[in-house]
Design a protein around this ligand. Structure first.
Ligand code: ZN
Length: 403
């Protein structure tokens, strides 16, 4: 199993110069390889890889960059190419791969070798990068397993990070937790699940988004190409980064709760409700939350032996989770009210549908659709047990009413 950690780097001036130099030379090699690729009538990977050697002979300064870091650009080019053809297969209109301009190249990678983590027993440890030096790094979490790859990232906020991927040789056994859950993702509540937990978007994110839109407005008022504009752009990037960090922190905690609490999780494939407009400019952050959350759940579940099923969200809002009949509703109808007598929050109804559909698609769980009436017997407080980490999140229990 593979895990990736992200740590902040604190390079000195000289090291930063070298980092920027490496970044720029990698961009140069990437663009040269792309140029070469465009010339090839039939794609020849080996020949392309060999052209790095030729480049190094022609441009001597490339020798100042660790050779495997340059080789990685060959890999990057082909993985971009693969991603492009995947999009094409899915019927998306795609162009050609583009040359990377300055500022569009933000990472370079050490694969397998050329790096070492050095413990100092001080607040900051050291990360040795071949041809660059020993850079101060803040290891806030213990790295487990063998480090396979390190990607150095330069953010728009001008901060540097190291993304460390480590591998642990451990056989994953299937979770023996028999609890199952369906999760509905939405705008009003971030989550409504089939166990009756309602989780709101964190308040702190609201505040940060407000601040972000304020700083963005300020940026738009600054004169083009001015020094102040440049400064403000970095400020916006910093606030943006902080907001993304807060969001990820929330999503990590939340996804951990679900993976710990359940042995089976059903989710929607994509969220149609995401189309709904948000109050703030930076709606992209909120929108991206759903896909991030699904991504977090998936990799955490994989490492914990928890089964995750992604289902087609079609009709999950309309169908009655109790009797199966269709109950059409407008977006503002927050309650699902069916002639069978079921009257519950629409998102709760969706969550139960998601769970039921998911169970039908499960590889492990036998199909057994639980009648809803049983669910109502479960007191809400028993769903989130005392001491459960879900408690610390903003969990609100829903009222269930039966007529
Ligand atoms: Zn019904």
């Amino acid at each position: 199993m593979k895990l990736t950690y992200k740590f902040r780097l604190y390079p000195n001036k000289d090291q930063e110069k070298k980092l920027l130099f490496t970044l720029d030379r990698c961009r140069f090699v990437y663009n040269k390889l792309l140029e070469e690729l465009n010339k090839q009538e039939k794609i020849d990977r080996k020949k392309l890889q060999h052209s790095i050697v030729k480049l190094k002979e022609k441009y001597k300064e490339l020798k100042e960059v660790y050779s495997k870091v340059l080789q990685y650009e060959h890999y990057r080019l082909f993985s971009n190419l693969r991603a492009l053809s995947r999009l094409k297969l899915n019927g998306k209109k795609v162009g050609k791969l583009r040359f990377k301009g300055k500022g569009w190249f933000k990472t370079f990678t050490y694969n397998q070798s050329g790096f070492k983590l050095i413990e100092t027993n001080k607040r900051l440890d050291l990360l040795h990068l071949s041809k660059i030096g020993n850079i101060k790094i803040r290891i806030h979490k213990k790295v487990k397993g063998k480090i396979k790859q390190i990607t150095i990232k330069h953010c728009s906020s001008k901060k540097w990070y190291a993304c460390i991927t480590a591998e642990i040789k451990e056989k994953i056994t299937r979770s023996n937790n028999s609890k199952k859950v369906g999760i509905d993702l939405g705008l009003d509540n971030f989550i409504y699940d089939s166990s009756g937990n309602k989780i709101k978007h964190p308040k702190i994110l609201d505040k940060s988004l407000k601040k972000l839109s304020k700083e963005q407005r300020r940026l738009s008022r600054k004169k083009k190409k001015s020094k102040n504009r440049k400064k403000q752009r970095i400020k916006v990037a910093r606030v943006y980064e902080r907001t993304v960090n807060q969001r990820n922190d929330f999503l990590h905690k939340l996804s951990r709760c679900y993976v710990k609490g359940y042995g089976f999780i059903a989710l929607e494939k994509l969220n149609i409700k995401g189309m709904v407009k948000n109050r703030y400019l930076s709606k992209s952050i909120v929108d991206a939350s759903w896909s991030k959350f699904i991504q977090f759940i998936q990799y955490k579940a994989e490492n914990a032996g928890v089964e995750v099923i992604k289902i087609d969200p079609k009709n999950t809002t309309i169908n009655c989770s109790n009797c199966g009949s269709k109950v059409f509703k407008k977006l503002y109808n927050r309650i699902h009210k069916c002639k069978c007598g079921l009257e519950i929050d629409r998102d709760y109804n969706s969550a139960i549908n998601i769970l039921n559909i998911g169970q039908g698609l499960s590889k492990f769980t036998p199909v057994k659709i639980e009648p809803l009436r049983e669910l109502t017997k479960v007191p809400a407080s028993s769903v989130v047990e005392a001491g459960s980490p879900l408690r610390s999140l903003r969990v609100v229990h829903l009222p269930i009413s039966y007529i």
